[in-house]
Write a protein that binds this ligand. Structure first.
Ligand code: PMP
Length: 400
């Protein structure tokens, strides 16, 4: 057993999941999973793959047809100048793509600048590759974006990469084109890699547009974009992600990690991915429209039933409400002095409402709590009903 792994933490989301099992009729707003189902194009292609006995070993980096479709998608939708499909590799979900990239890119003690707060597997995967995650705050006052001077100040002689994630989990922050250009300039000047986690590339609201860093002039050479079918095609449990890289030496290393961790991604799932890409893309827009409606429904409920204690602007991307807790709120017991944990435990035990303490995403998340609004409307409405009376009137400035 490697003692090294004892230093890699599990996400608190797992502790929450265990707590939720003891709750009868819970509202699972803790889970970052969509309530939608995968489109028929994906399911039909998987049925056909099973009927056609596509149950054998495949090429390590992916079925050629899938790689060809992904290379084309990267070129046309993301504006990334992918040459041949050999530059693309499929993975067992986005989390596996991140694992593969960190293992292939990092030497021990290499630093990676990561957002704070951030989806916990980001720092976890850097640590698992024996690297050092260096947190850089995202600021609520900037719409959960970087102070770019602060970001530049985090770069040291040991920095190997900057990891960016836009739209962002857990805050819903979206980087502007100006932000992406400035981050690209830092990466170029300091000869750094950019790991760009674009899991939520299709989940943007209010007319915001996604900018893929690898689409900027000269940036694909030093950018490793990571994508997943989990959100765009509601395929969280099927596990299909992909990554692209121009650098052949890096790709060789990534291929080894892929091979030794998966041999190849599940054949049936890869054929499902082909079905998803070859068929209509209407589900993506339908999901986005519905998610925007759910966001508005959720924030309306928070304003009506919890505005004394929970506050925050509706996000422009992803599907999480990352809400600030009034520091004076005191209805719960503070676990290790954490307001985030106190609120989470209070809402789970008193309201059956699953949520995740902001501090689980990093020190800058303390004092916040995350709810996922990608759950179906009934579950959201149920949670909001349950919230009635739990927070209103218990804060220091009622109706404030
Ligand atoms: N990146 C971010 C920021 C995420 O939030 C997630 C999923 N929660 C992923 C990547 C990866 O998702 P998956 O492994 O399901 O593809």
């Amino acid at each position: 057993m490697s003692h090294y792994l004892d230093r890699v933490p599990f996400s608190g989301i797992i502790r929450i999941r265990d707590m939720m099992y003891s709750v009868t009729d819970p509202f699972r707003l803790d889970q970052g999973d969509v309530s939608f189902d995968a489109p028929d194009t994906v399911k039909e292609a998987m049925r056909k793959a099973i009927a056609d006995n596509r149950s054998h070993y495949l090429q390590t980096t992916g079925v050629p047809r899938l790689l060809e479709l992904l290379a084309e998608k990267l070129r046309t939708k993301n504006g990334t100048p992918v040459g041949s499909p050999d530059e693309v590799m499929v993975t067992t979900g986005g989390i596996h793509a991140l694992y593969v990239v960190c293992q292939a890119l990092l030497d021990p003690e290499d630093e990676v600048v990561v957002p704070d707060p951030e989806w916990p597997p980001c720092a976890g995967n850097v640590l698992a590759a024996r690297g050092v995650p260096v947190p850089c705050p995202l600021h609520e006052r900037l719409g959960w974006r970087y102070d770019l001077d602060e970001l530049a100040s985090k770069i040291t002689g040991r920095t190997r990469a900057i990891y960016v994630n836009s739209p962002h989990n857990p805050t819903g922050g979206v980087l502007t084109r100006g932000d992406v250009e400035a981050i690209a300039a830092i990466a170029r000047e300091r000869s750094l890699w950019l790991i760009s986690d674009e899991a939520y590339e299709d989940v943007l609201f209010d007319g915001r547009k996604h900018v893929s860093p690898a689409s900027l002039p000269g940036m694909y050479e030093r950018t490793i974009p990571i994508y997943t079918f989990s959100k765009s095609y509601a395929m969280t449990g099927l596990r299909l992600g992909y990554v692209a890289a121009r650098d052949a030496a890096l790709r060789d290393r990534m291929k080894k990690v892929l091979f030794y961790t998966a041999s190849n991604v599940s054949s049936v799932v890869q054929f499902g991915g082909i079905g998803g890409l070859e068929g209509s893309q209407a589900c993506i827009e339908a999901f986005r429209t519905e998610l925007q409606a759910r966001r508005d429904l959720f924030y309306e409920g928070i304003r009506a039933h919890a505005s004394d204690v929970l506050a925050g602007e509706p996000p422009h991307g992803a599907f999480y409400a990352f809400l600030r807790i009034d520091p004076e709120w005191s209805a719960g017991e503070r676990t290790n002095g954490s307001l985030s944990w106190a609120m989470t435990e209070y809402l789970i035990s008193k309201g059956r409402i699953g949520c995740v303490p902001g501090v689980d995403f990093g020190a800058a998340g303390e004092g916040y709590v995350r709810f996922c609004f990608a759950r179906d409307r009934r579950e959201l409405t149920g949670a909001l009903e349950s919230l009635k009376g739990l927070l209103q009137g218990v804060g220091p400035n009622p109706a404030g």
